[in-house]
Ligand binder design. Sequence first.
Ligand SMILES: C[S@@+](CC[C@H](N)C(=O)[O-])C[C@H]1O[C@@H](n2cnc3c(N)ncnc32)[C@H](O)[C@@H]1O
Length: 213
Amino acid sequence: MTTTQRRGFNDTVTRFWSFAAPAYDQRCLQRWVYRPAQDEVIAKLRQHGSTQIADIACGTGILADRIQRELRPDEVYGIDMSEGMLAQARKRSDRVRWMSAPAEELPFEDGFLDAVVTTSAFHFFDQPAALAEFHRVLAPGGIVAVTTISPHQPIPVLQAMSAAVWSPAHNPSESELLALFAGAGFTVADQHRVRRPFWTPISDLITVGVKPA
Ligand SMILES: C[S@@+](CC[C@H](N)C(=O)[O-])C[C@H]1O[C@@H](n2cnc3c(N)ncnc32)[C@H](O)[C@@H]1O
């Protein structure tokens, strides 16, 4: 098993997030850590003109709800494995379709969506399997936008944790992401670092792929 394959910890990850869900929406945490990446994803969706969008590992539903309210697409789906997170999400909006499913096995027909996005969760996925699934559910010309947590410089303790087989998370490097996207059949349209309100040693990287027509 390589580090980017299934870590086999979906139950542990789900249990943790069900427990953490009530603390997740804290204002400072959202504004400084999660919102900048979500802003970039919304800008990409707006630029693409996406109409059938799924937010994978949507957590408490902040991004999916914003997509619905700010872009008014035909349909927004919020997908997560954690019932605790989905319970918070359901309270947030009744216009987003919330569904419980793993990123690696999505409840959509082939080519059903024109955009798949995921923020701050890709490190938990079986990354090749999730990207293959995103490719399957996207129509030709559809886009995938993935934001991942990434240190500016290698941090040895994080590298060791990320590589350890017992770790539920693996943060891929820029080049690993490019290879993963290409391996799943996507053309990479953009990859850059997301700016946060102030400098932090770890920030997000956004990678956008297109399913060739
Ligand atoms: C840090 S939260 C991110 C939530 C949201 N995307 C955001 O940006 O605020 C990580 C979420 O990923 C979900 N998750 C982790 N692995 C998953 C998988 N394989 N499939 C679906 N959801 C998963 C967890 O349940 C949790 O809700």
